[in-house]
Ligand binder design. Structure first.
Ligand SMILES: C[S@@+](CC[C@H](N)C(=O)[O-])C[C@H]1O[C@@H](n2cnc3c(N)ncnc32)[C@H](O)[C@@H]1O
Length: 186
């Protein structure tokens, strides 16, 4: 089944969790990843990969000795990712994003350099949304980055209250057009 069809199917099953009717565009993927220093990022976390639009690009750019921890809650998406991704640097986790620290410890990894998130934060209950942002902040090293896309600027206040620096970029070349938040922990 094509990625687009699989996405629509999962969206109709669970709209709030999937959060979009189609996978992100390559233009959005490029915007999400453009501020990452891949040479020096040894631990990267991805939250909500869906069909893997960002995951494949991260693996292409990542250093040979880096690790990518991927959290996906949807059973269908994680099954497909496990079938398609055979890269030993990737750890594919079928669990919820707020458990980042638990899994970093499990895999004997320290804090992360970068967290890349596609989660539809404002479809979640406030408590879950805040616990994911807090867990992501906590898990980052000094100067680490949390990169998140959203379809609105609604997340600005929450991210600014957690991170030291937040910049916002926009791409119309996605459906729907998207805002990319790059947040730094200092
Ligand atoms: C908007 S989609 C983005 C998918 C993909 N990254 C893209 O940009 O095309 C959001 C994804 O987050 C996943 N998701 C939602 N809640 C989650 C959670 N608590 N933990 C991990 N993944 C979650 C959904 O299953 C879905 O795959």
């Amino acid at each position: 089944m094509s990625k687009k069809r699989s996405f629509i199917q999962q969206f109709w099953k669970d709209r709030k969790t999937v959060g979009s009717v189609r996978p992100s565009s390559r233009f959005l993927a490029d915007k999400m990843l453009q501020n990452i220093d891949f040479t020096n990022s040894k631990i990267i976390v991805e939250l909500g990969p869906g069909t893997g639009v960002f995951t494949h690009k991260i693996l292409e750019k990542m250093a040979p000795d880096a690790k990518l921890l991927v959290f996906e809650l949807n059973q269908n998406f994680i099954r497909t990712l496990r079938r398609k991704i055979k890269d030993k640097r990737a750890i594919l986790i079928h669990d919820s994003a707020e458990k980042i620290q638990e899994y970093l410890t499990k895999y004997d990894l320290n804090s992360a350099d970068v967290v890349v998130s596609s989660l539809p934060l404002f479809n979640f209950p406030q408590e879950l949304r805040e616990s994911i942002i807090t867990a992501s902040h906590k898990t980052l090293k000094k100067d680490g980055k949390y990169i998140q896309f959203q379809y609105s600027t609604q997340a600005k206040k929450l991210l600014e209250s957690t991170f030291d620096k937040v910049t916002i970029a926009f791409t119309p070349l996605n459906f729907p057009p998207a805002f990319v938040y790059t947040c730094t922990k200092q």
